[in-house]
Design a protein around this ligand. Sequence first.
Ligand code: ASP
Ligand code: MG
Length: 407
Amino acid sequence: MGLIVQKFGGTSVADAERINRAARRAIKAKLAGHKVCVVVSAMGKTTDKLVELASQISSNPPKREMDMLLSTGEQISIALMAMAIYEMGHSAISMTGGQVGLYTDSAHTKARITKIDADRIFKHLNNGDIVIVAGFQGIDEQGNITTLGRGGSDTTAVALAAVLNADVCEIYTDVNGIYTADPRVVPKARKLGKITYDEILELASLGASVMHNRSIEFGKKYGVPIHVRSSLTDEQGTIICEETPNMEEITVRGVTVKKDLARITLMGVPDKKGIAAKIFHSISSENIVVDDIIQNPLPDGNANISFTVEKADFREARTISEKINTELGGKGVAYDDQVAKVSVVGIGMRSHTGVAAKMFEALAEAGINIQNISTSEIKISCIVSRDEADEALRKIHTAFGLDSTEE
Ligand code: ASP
Ligand code: MG
């Protein structure tokens, strides 16, 4: 007999029928002898609709009121889910973030969990109730309702699984699991049986959208196995877990592409100490996150410094770069706002050689030019032109033997 946390995302509770289906799943786990804590998101596109509604009233609503508004979405789901369970003859209790004692800091709309008082949940679980918790929300020390940032129900679920010391945190969603690549781009992508926390974190930072990133960080920190699976079938999904010995045998676990990038190059700036510090200090003080940076020394004692930024930050980064270029007496600013980054990720890279060579060969064979390369212990990324990015991804996927053999 164990303890299971089940999280149902927006599409998995989008209407009455799906709420009933989720309720049946929770009851099934309970009948199998487990204590069951359920975390739910807002139904379907509710949160988007609330955001839209707010924008009709105010172009800059107070963040505290935004949280007050957005937290209502999950409150609808928990009540309906508890009713569904009652209707099926079992006992359940719904609770808001504040009621379960999920405390956060006061950073409205992107609050971080500071502590969870699990006593009340335990009391009900021990009583045999299925406990239904509103995802994505908490309460600060002053009693204000806070939210954890869009997609934050995942984090509620994994954090609860950690404090409850659950055997597993099941994430029910509209896909069957995690794939070697986005199947919309790579039709031959395969579902993974297992993936490590580090690989998922790396893939997410390189463009894959799987789960709220902080949920994975929680999972990793507290060693909570996370099972991402479909709410429509009983099929096994993908387990996100700690590394196990044989997981290193596979070099590349997955590939991903990040499309909305732009590259900026400061040309011919003095190659002296303190220059890079000055440039990147100015950029970061505008809260712009810089991705890869390359510095090329030139024979004349100057250097070219290139970096990539998200496209949304491009204009601002370019304006700042032009200003710095003038201050430093550089030769000008070049840019390309049509670039993308393709990456391969896998913990097996730590112990296998030739991964980079294989990736470059695949791109060369496809006639795709690599503009920039960056690596870490478990990833290799190449900047390519955006219109070639999808093709690049498919070619790399094939080269690393990731293609599904099913037709
Ligand atoms: N309902 C919230 C959102 O849409 C939280 C979540 O679904 O995880 O972002
Ligand atoms: Mg979600």
